[in-house]
Ligand binder design. Structure first.
Ligand SMILES: NC(=O)c1ccc[n+]([C@@H]2O[C@H](COP(=O)([O-])OP(=O)(O)OC[C@H]3O[C@@H](n4cnc5c(N)ncnc54)[C@H](OP(=O)(O)O)[C@@H]3O)[C@@H](O)[C@H]2O)c1
Length: 335
């Protein structure tokens, strides 16, 4: 497993990160996965054996259970890994049990440390933007956590361009810790990131951590045009599909991934993940799995590399609809 730098920090993380959103099975996340401790231990052991040193969770995943299970599964091996978690989601009934206020960030960080069974978090990420809290308050609270030694680096997730640049400007102006990573949705069916956020991350030296690289399983190859849907999977379940998939486009992409995968004696899922490893600015691709078979498949992604020609074929067919002002900026200047 190759290592990459976490943004422009000196910390090296495996190019595949293991995401633990399938652990627990509480609340909304029961639709994603319902793995118990024994199954979680197996997936964590497999990841470590394959050379993964980077794990991602969030306080809100199964209302704390995912953090608890990850902490237990890692045990003493925790010191050798880079552990990432998140804050922002609703963690209790009170009005202050949610968001990015100083109050909630401090409470949530202490609770995450306890559940993870550790005294520091390597990468503490804000899970989403909070329009109700001044960014100065959030950035100062995060800076304090770094100075207290509870957190080593900070990152954000699901921010838009102006939100992220405002946060960076506040940090720079005040001499506070800057976000080192952006965790964002990025896949062959979701390339919106390339409009603004990829150039921003390259400009600011931030590492991109990719979430839902298989579009929730759609790009694994098990959903095919005209074929019955597999049963018991996240996308065939009763929950609304929040990823907004363009299925027709997805079926075409899966057919192309299939051709590329066959040429490398690999699988569709590996090809979809491999494509993202070839993209600029990516520090790590966060893989998810509900079964050991899925994880074994995904871990083999790093056994081969996609050629530049294959990447550009996929680029062409997955091109997102151009949005203003990017299409105008890409035009040659008028004469
Ligand atoms: N920051 C955020 O807002 C955010 C949001 C979402 C996720 N994340 C992070 O990103 C991680 C990955 O997200 P994700 O789970 O949505 O990733 P994904 O790769 O898009 O989807 C993973 C799901 O696809 C299916 N799958 C995976 N590998 C497969 C294979 N080889 N063959 C067949 N099916 C396969 C499994 O679901 P089924 O078996 O049910 O089909 C699995 O749970 C999460 O664990 C979390 O750490 C962050």
């Amino acid at each position: 497993m190759k290592m990459r730098f976490l943004g422009k920090t000196g910390v090296k993380v495996s190019e595949l990160c293991f995401g633990t959103m399938t652990f627990g099975g509480r609340s909304f996340f029961k639709y994603v996965g319902q793995l118990g401790q024994k199954e979680a231990n197996t997936l964590v052991d497999m990841s470590l054996e394959a050379g993964i040193n980077f794990f991602d969770t969030a306080d809100v995943y199964s209302q704390g259970l995912s953090e608890e299970m990850l902490g237990k599964a890692l045990g003493k091996r925790r010191k050798d890994i880079i552990l990432a978690t998140k804050v922002r989601g609703k963690m209790g009934p009170g009005p202050n049990d949610v968001g990015l206020s100083r109050h909630h960030i401090i409470e949530a960080c202490n609770a995450s440390l306890k559940r993870l069974g550790t005294d520091y978090i390597d990468l503490y990420q804000v899970h989403n933007f909070d329009p109700d809290t001044p960014q100065e308050e959030t950035m100062r609270a995060l800076d304090d956590l770094v100075r207290q030694g509870k957190v080593r680096y900070i990152g954000c997730s699901n921010y838009s361009g102006w939100q992220l640049m405002k946060a960076m400007a506040i940090s720079d102006k005040r001499g506070w810790e800057r976000f080192v990573t952006l965790q964002a949705l990025y896949s062959l069916l979701a390339r919106d990131l390339e409009n603004e956020m990829v150039p921003l991350c390259l400009d600011q030296g931030m590492g991109i951590l990719v979430w839902s690289p298989l579009s929730g399983g759609f790009l694994s190859g098990k959903y095919r045009r005209g074929k019955p849907q597999p049963k018991g999977t996240r996308l065939s379940g009763p929950q609304p599909r929040f990823l907004q998939l363009d299925e027709e486009k997805g079926f075409d992409i899966v057919e192309e991934l299939d051709k590329i995968a066959k040429a490398h004696n690999a699988t569709v899922a590996q090809a979809a993940l491999n494509y993202l490893l070839a993209k600029e600015g990516v520090s790590s691709v966060i893989i998810g799995a509900r079964t050991p078979e899925q994880l074994a498949d995904n871990l083999k992604t790093t056994d081969w590399e996609m050629s530049a020609e294959e990447v550009s074929r996929l680029d062409e067919m997955s091109q997102p609809v151009p949005v203003y002002p990017y299409w105008m900026q890409a035009m040659p200047p008028p004469e």
